[in-house]
Design a protein around this ligand. Structure first.
Ligand code: PEP
Ligand code: MG
Length: 899
């Protein structure tokens, strides 16, 4: 038979699935011999059974009665007995903390008789009637469903009638009147009387807490926090203790260390003559715990000792709720406490120093998200200005600068030493110089994988995108906020890429010591040492290698400083921007073979120089160079603008510029409705003559040059967007031909592994065939997500992802966190079939997911060899790869959040 109730003596901290976090930890404190008011917990099983059937599960009532009787025996009092009543609290407690989201009822057991008994034994009429008033109010709203505001209104009326400013000034008599008013209100509103039977009060309160699991607030919170809906809540029933019995009583909250900085030492707040609820409500000002040490040194010392016991037992920062009842300390709750990223690293390192945890355990206590937060400068939260807009937090960090509205202006002002924020509707490759020059990029359109977001993240530039509430008028050189504020060019704004907020004026910045350490190796204090230790530990245990996505020697060098073990994706299209774009244009427009060859020949030395620089920066480590991927028209001028210029010339009766007319014809010829699914990737290589040969020659000659210079270049050649093995076979033949040619010419054998991206479902489904021709695989999970879901990545995020997240279609954007069920399934298939066809096949991932903590864990589990991500995410990926390795060693079957 299922058991529904556990006494505190019977539970343990590892029973949180069944007893909720609160119930499990109360049980643990009881087992440790700490002063916990006795009680019992009704399980989440009971809650789930109740919510499923709408009926109290069979046997639950009898079990509750039995445990209540035991509680009464230990207290030597009976629930609600008129002369000396036992009173209990009924509180919710789910597996994961959901602060304030569910219901609580205190002082169960009071009625018109027992209130008199309570007055007698406590020696305070006022206290007894105030407790009764609290019960009727909480019970009325929580259990009986009366609008809480009605009680507040009744209280307000009474205070006005008695001319008292607050409820502290209402005497016993006034409170007794209020109890009657409240009871009448309940009767009028619900047609039912407030139940006077203590056991009925208890039964109804427990069921009401169960029901509150499905309250609107709770459901919303769970969705936001990715807590599964089917866990249910436990309910703890506990003897009441009172902090509001005078100056020698009080309630407080304590942390075993400072949760903001991690500094050791008891830390917290105390409020004399108050219940726990009053501390949280913030009605009166609390005092620091040092004040308690002065007011009641004995209780303070006990609290400090108990905190020590808990921290040594949990081997972690604990937070504690406590009450002092007439000089006696009671522990009401504890749990492993929430903390800032800084405190998480500091505490983990500190606990290792103290010998409380191993370095491996310390690694499980920190996170990649936390590390990312510590790597960026932050705004001083005490000095935030007026919020102008809110967009998607696309590339983290904080930046301040003058708003500018085009790339040229950004470059001009930055060259003159001004800090600027580039504000655009959306960005294109044309904006690249401006993006490089700017401190931050702000766009009104586009999602987190829009051009602005991806490029900014790659460069480590702050970016907020898709801020749809602003209207950007580039021609007028201003943007307008939703309330009509006009922000003109040159106005200073502050952009927070970690939250998506945009503020007016210059918000002061706090620099990151962790970033300075990663860049220079400079050890500048406790936090940096703690981060360095966690990273070293991660490196020691991880199986996944971490490479970087980098297209320039500078990025490659930075990635290497950050610990990258090679380049997993060098996107060559970024090398054809600026002046070189004209050469690509010439290649596209070439009327004959000779013209095309001339354009390609001009590009060759430039490409070679690019690769020499990158191979030099990554000497001795693999550099995966991807052949050109995007549709060629991305290198041509904008179609509409060209068409307007040509049409305007014609309208003026002039002959349009011949070059422009020729360009327009080419652009029209190449126009595609869905360019992401058009002529790109390997398809380009197969139909544009000479392009692949030029790129491969540049790579091979760079390898020769680096080898001659005494280096150890390790170039790998990667073919994008392959869907069929035949495509790869044809392209590979061309690659091998050119490699052999350069080997012959140079007298140096040039060997570059040739592999493919797996970024189309067909590639994943035929991976076994493709592996016959591929020496390595790299998952392009950006395109694989796009093509698996049929989501255009530049369009969908800003358009409807927030609605999808609200409706619970997915818990996180599949462009950020790998969709394990769909895209992840394709990844598994490709890994299995690829390795079956070619044992030992090297497999990595180079989509944005390569630097996403939850995705890194998935890639570890499916057995990839490496993840590759933007240089700034390399430390995050290293840390998470280490954590993933530990996770698989220790993972159990307990409930998890669906992240
Ligand atoms: C990908 O598709 O995941 C990828 C890395 O390629 P890109 O983002 O350049 O299309
Ligand atoms: Mg791709």
């Amino acid at each position: 038979m299922v058991r529904y109730v556990y006494d505190f003596h019977e539970g343990r901290r590892d029973m949180a699935d069944l007893l909720g976090g609160k119930g499990a930890n109360l049980a643990e404190m009881t087992r440790l011999g700490l002063p916990v008011p006795p009680g019992f917990t009704v399980t989440t099983d009971a809650c789930r059974a109740f919510l499923a059937s709408g009926e109290e599960p069979e046997g639950m009532a009898a079990e509750v009665s039995r445990h209540l009787a035991a509680l009464e025996d230990s207290a030597g009092r009976r629930l609600g007995r008129p002369d000396d009543p036992l009173l209990v609290s009924v509180r919710s407690g789910a597996r994961f903390s959901m602060p304030g989201m569910m219901e609580t009822v205190l002082d169960i057991g009071l009625n018109d008789d027992s209130v008199l008994g309570l007055a007698k034994v406590s020696g305070s009429d006022r206290f007894a009637w105030d407790s009764y008033r609290r019960l009727v109010q909480m019970f009325g709203s929580t259990v009986m469903g009366v609008d809480a505001a009605r009680f507040d209104e009744a209280m307000g009326r009474l205070k006005a009638a008695r001319d008292t400013p607050d409820d502290l000034h209402l005497d016993a008599n006034g409170l007794a009147v209020l109890v009657e008013t409240y009871k009448q209100l309940i009767l009028d509103d619900t047609g039912r009387a407030f139940p006077t039977s203590p056991s009925e009060q208890l039964r109804l309160a427990v069921l009401a807490v169960f029901r509150s699991w499905n309250g609107e607030r709770a459901r919303l919170y769970r969705r936001r926090e990715h807590i599964p809906d089917d866990l249910g809540t436990a309910v703890t029933v506990q003897r009441m203790v009172y902090g509001n019995l005078g100056a020698d009583s009080g309630s407080g909250v304590a942390f075993t260390r400072d949760p903001a900085t991690g500094r050791p030492g008891l830390y917290g707040d105390y409020l004399a003559d108050a219940q726990g609820e009053d501390v949280v409500a913030g009605i009166r000002n609390t005092v620091p715990l040092s004040e308690l040490a002065r007011l009641d040194p004995v209780s303070y010392r006990r609290l400090r000792d108990n905190a020590g016991v808990l921290e040594r037992h949990y081997r972690d920062l604990c937070d504690i709720e406590f009450t002092i009842e007439r000089g006696t300390l009671w522990m009401l709750q504890t749990r492993v406490g929430k903390r800032t990223a800084e405190a998480a690293f500091a505490i983990a390192a500190e606990l290792v120093e103290e010998g409380q945890i191993t370095p491996e355990e310390a690694l499980t206590r920190v996170s990649g998200d936390g590390l990312a937060r510590l790597m960026f400068p932050r705004f001083d939260t005490g000095a935030l200005g007026r919020t102008l807009a809110h967009g998607l937090p696309a590339s983290p960090g904080a930046a301040v600068g003058a708003a500018v509205f085009d790339s040229a202006e950004a470059v001009r002002r930055a060259a003159a030493g001004e800090k600027v924020v580039l504000v655009r509707q959306e960005t294109t490759p044309d904006d690249l110089p401006g993006m490089v020059a700017a401190e931050a990029v702000l766009t009104s359109r586009g999602g987190k994988t829009s051009h602005a977001a991806v490029v900014a993240r790659g460069m480590g530039t702050v970016c907020v995108c898709g801020a749809e509430e602003i209207t950007v008028d580039t021609a007028a050189r201003h943007f307008t906020t939703h309330d009509g504020t006009l922000v003109e060019e040159g106005t200073v704004i502050s952009v927070d890429g970690s939250t998506g907020a945009v503020y007016a004026g210059a918000v002061p910045l706090v620099a990151s010591a962790v970033m300075r350490y990663l860049e220079t190796g400079e050890q500048s204090g406790g936090l940096v040492t703690a981060v360095a230790r966690a990273l070293a530990q991660a490196d020691a245990v991880r199986r996944l290698e971490v490479r970087a996505n980098a297209d320039t020697p500078e990025d490659a060098r930075r990635a290497r400083r950050f610990g990258a073990q090679g380049i997993g994706l060098c996107r060559t299209e970024h090398m054809f921007l600026g002046e070189r774009r004209e050469l690509i244009e010439e290649m596209i427009l070439a009327g004959d073979e000779t013209e095309r060859e001339r354009a390609l020949a001009a590009l060759l030395p430039l490409q070679r120089q690019d690769f020499i620089g990158i191979l030099d920066a990554m000497d001795g480590l693999p550099v995966t160079i991807r052949l050109l991927d995007p549709p060629l028209h991305e290198f041509l001028p904008d179609r509409t603008r060209l068409a307007v210029r040509v049409a305007a010339a014609e309208a003026r009766g002039e002959q349009p510029d011949a070059h422009e007319a020729e360009l327009l014809a080419a652009v029209n010829r190449m126009h595609e409705e869905n360019p992401m699914l058009g002529l790109r990737g390997v398809r380009l290589g197969l139909v544009v003559p000479g392009l692949v040969a030029m790129q491969v020659r540049a790579i091979a000659e760079a390898v020769v040059a680096r080898t001659r210079a005494g280096g150890s270049p390790m170039a790998e050649i990667m073919v994008p967007l392959v869907g069929a093995v035949e495509e790869l076979r044809i392209e590979r033949e061309e690659v091998e031909r050119v490699l052999a040619e350069v080997s012959r010419e140079s007298g140096l054998p040039v060997r570059c592994p040739v592999g493919t991206m797996i970024e189309l479902p067909r590639a994943a489904l035929t991976a076994g065939r493709i592996a016959e021709e591929a020496e390595f695989f790299s998952f392009g999970t950006n395109d694989l997500t796009q093509t698996t879901w049929g989501f255009s990545r530049d369009d969908v995020e800003a358009a409807f992802f927030s609605a999808y997240l609200d409706k619970g279609v997915f818990a996180a954007s599949p462009f950020e966190t790998i969709d394990r069920d769909g895209v992840g399934r394709l990844v598994r298939i490709a890994v299995d079939e690829g390795r079956a066809a070619r044992p030992g096949l090297t497999i990595g991932v180079c989509g944005e997911h390569g630097g996403n903590p939850a995705s890194v864990h998935f890639f570890h589990t499916v057995g990839l060899d490496y993840v590759s991500c933007s240089p700034f995410r390399v430390p995050v990926a290293r840390l998470e790869a280490g954590r993933a390795a530990l996770d698989t060693q220790t993972s159990g079957t307990r409930s998890t959040r669906v992240r």
